[in-house]
Design a binder for this molecule. Structure first.
Ligand code: TYC
Length: 126
């Protein structure tokens, strides 16, 4: 598993309750120190668009079935995306973390190859 961890160094001035004995908090150099620690924050993983490309030979119904099976789209949404690709040349099937996008891209091309259709699929960083 890949972790997306951002690290930054934090330096803080720690003052004592009464460093110089004047009755007021802080102030004295004796009780003043700097503490450095590293804070870890888990950042969101980068996302990738999985894009279907239009061609002249893959049947519309095949593209709709791929969108349902691989991208878990309902029939109406799958049809909408397929028609968008058909009319505009390309369209986003879904947006995922890198490895999920990569697996779906391979699956689409595998299904197309098995059926001997030229359907192509590419990934693009969001
Ligand atoms: N243009 C194809 C046709 O007319 C349909 C099609 C849609 C193909 C989307 C690929 O990604 C695609 N049969």
């Amino acid at each position: 598993m890949v972790d997306f961890v951002r690290k930054r160094t934090v330096s803080a001035r720690i003052t004592g309750a009464d460093g110089d004995g004047d009755g007021r908090p802080g102030g004295g150099d004796i009780a003043t120190e700097r503490k450095t620690r590293t804070k870890s924050k888990t950042a969101k993983p980068p996302l990738y668009k999985v894009i279907l490309l239009n061609d002249d030979y893959t049947p519309m119904e095949f593209v709709v079935e791929v969108l349902k099976a691989v991208f878990h789209k309902q029939h109406a949404e799958a049809t909408r995306i397929m028609l968008h690709v058909h009319q505009n040349g390309m369209g986003v099937a879904g947006v995922y973390p890198f490895e999920v996008a990569e697996t779906k891209t391979h699956t689409v091309e595998e299904l197309a190859r098995e059926s001997e259709y030229p359907l192509k699929c590419v990934m693009e960083k969001e």
